[in-house]
Ligand binder design. Structure first.
Ligand SMILES: [Zn+2]
Length: 261
């Protein structure tokens, strides 16, 4: 069942109820109460679909064990030259492995970057075939989006993908079912510094370090899908500082699959 249909149904239902109350077919108080309940149901389902930290529609990995002082840096929307390569340089200098949630069509345009990410020992995961809001796609478009991204990345890396982060972290029952059908586990995050808004290097660093806790999965961006227009210098500059600061606090940097061990 798609959440959009439920929301449309609830909106129609509440309108009908209010009309029935207005024209005396239902007691106004009951009509208003039922309409409110219907709107609340739709709003709750929508919030659960767009908020990253819940598993209401199916299991979503948002953090690792709080018992280990580990942190996973994750990068969405790439590959995106020159920022992905710049980031690889920073991560190599700091000897940190991260997880890259790549967009299939970007990967197809920049296969050499995908190979460089893999050769550097980072984990490659799927973000989407195309960077679309999966909640808005019908079942066949959804399956095609995931299948195209998966086959592009598996073709380039020669390895089976394990994880997918749906664009914006949005999911409903159908998205979760499609991921399961493709053999992929959903991964969202627990720390979101909103680096894609380019708020300033120090602000990105502060937001991550303030929210960091054992088992945190940090959402950052080496890309800017689907527009591929915004710069990512701030994220690249912030990453080295984040690593230095959190290392001082004795954090160990791991990939998502290392965090799951
Ligand atoms: Zn994205």
């Amino acid at each position: 069942m798609r959440i959009v249909y439920i929301i449309i149904f609830c909106a129609l239902l509440s309108t009908i109820l209010l009309w029935l109350g207005r024209f005396g077919k239902l007691r106004k108080r009951y009509a208003a109460g039922a309409a409110l309940a219907s709107i609340l149901l739709a709003s709750t389902l929508l919030l659960l679909a767009v908020l990253p930290g819940n598993s209401f529609y199916g299991p979503v990995l948002t953090h690792g064990s709080a018992a280990k002082k580990q942190i996973a840096l994750t990068f969405d929307d790439g590959p995106y030259p020159p920022y992905t390569q710049q980031l690889l340089k920073v991560l190599a200098e700091k000897q940190v492995h991260a997880t890259f949630f790549m967009v299939g069509e970007n990967a197809a345009k920049h296969p050499e970057i995908v190979r460089a990410v893999q050769a550097a020992g980072h984990e490659i995961a799927l973000h989407a075939g195309k960077h679309q809001d999966l909640l808005k796609l019908d079942a066949s478009e959804l399956a095609a989006n995931i299948a195209s991204g998966k086959s592009t990345l598996e073709g380039l890396t020669g390895r089976k993908l394990r994880y997918m982060r749906p664009p914006h972290g949005f999911k409903d029952w159908q998205v979760m079912q499609a991921l399961e059908g493709a053999g992929l586990q959903a991964v969202n995050w627990s720390v979101i510094p909103r680096d894609w808004t380019n708020p300033g290097v120090q602000r990105i660093v502060d937001r991550v370090c303030f929210a960091a806790e054992p088992g945190a999965i940090v959402l950052l961006h080496d890309g800017d899908s689907p527009k591929n227009a915004a710069p990512r210098e701030q994220t690249v500059a912030a990453v080295g500082l984040i690593i230095d600061q959190l290392r001082e606090e004795k954090y160990e940097f791991v990939t998502v699959s290392e965090m799951e061990k």
